[in-house]
Design a protein. Structure first.
Length: 67
């Protein structure tokens, strides 16, 4: 699934995001609102990921979502 579709379906996908990254709060997800760059920043902040690691995690997450 591409990020435009993820952004468009953000409210439905927040549960899957929280399953994968449980340290993200509801407030984090509200602020992110499906924006990939914002989500990458939150992953770096909460998990201590480097930028490239956050990008890899997000790419994998998007690939594994059912269309």
């Amino acid at each position: 699934m591409n990020w435009d579709r993820i952004t468009g379906n953000w409210k439905q996908l927040t549960g899957k995001v929280k399953e994968k990254w449980g340290k993200l709060t509801d407030d984090d997800l509200t602020v992110v609102a499906g924006r990939r760059d914002q989500l990458a920043g939150k992953l770096q902040e909460r998990y201590g990921y480097a930028k490239d690691q956050a990008d890899r995690e997000l790419d994998e997450f998007a690939r594994n979502l059912k269309p």
